[in-house]
Design a protein. Structure first.
Length: 115
């Protein structure tokens, strides 16, 4: 059974940093592309970052140079290091994986950046 559990969100001042974690179970992350999405109130869910099975990474233009996605295969966990946070980064952040044409989501973790 696929399960994703996010953690690490919180309240931080602009310019600060947070590291989000996504603990996966029921499958091996190294063989899959893993995604981080976010959704702010009134907005659609948007893709923030991805790490493919080979290790390459992709980022939304809005977070390039500030966010870093990584994974620890031994812990079966994906991370999102967020630096130089801005108020516009405020959102619920979700971990995602697509397996056999099905989308799996975690419960999300709230990130709030104060100005």
């Amino acid at each position: 059974q696929v399960q994703l559990v996010e953690s690490g969100g919180g309240l931080v001042q602009a310019g600060g940093s947070l590291r989000l974690s996504c603990a996966a179970s029921g499958f091996i992350i190294s063989g899959n592309t893993m995604y981080w999405y976010r959704q702010a109130p009134g907005n659609q869910r948007e893709l923030v970052a991805a790490i493919i099975s080979g290790g390459s990474t992709n980022y939304a233009d809005s977070v390039k140079g500030r966010f870093t996605i990584s994974r620890d295969n031994a812990k079966n966990t994906v991370y999102l290091q967020m630096n130089s946070l801005k108020p516009e980064d405020t959102a619920v952040y979700y971990c995602n994986v697509r397996r056999f044409l099905k989308n799996y989501w975690g419960q999300g973790t709230q990130v709030t950046v104060s100005s």
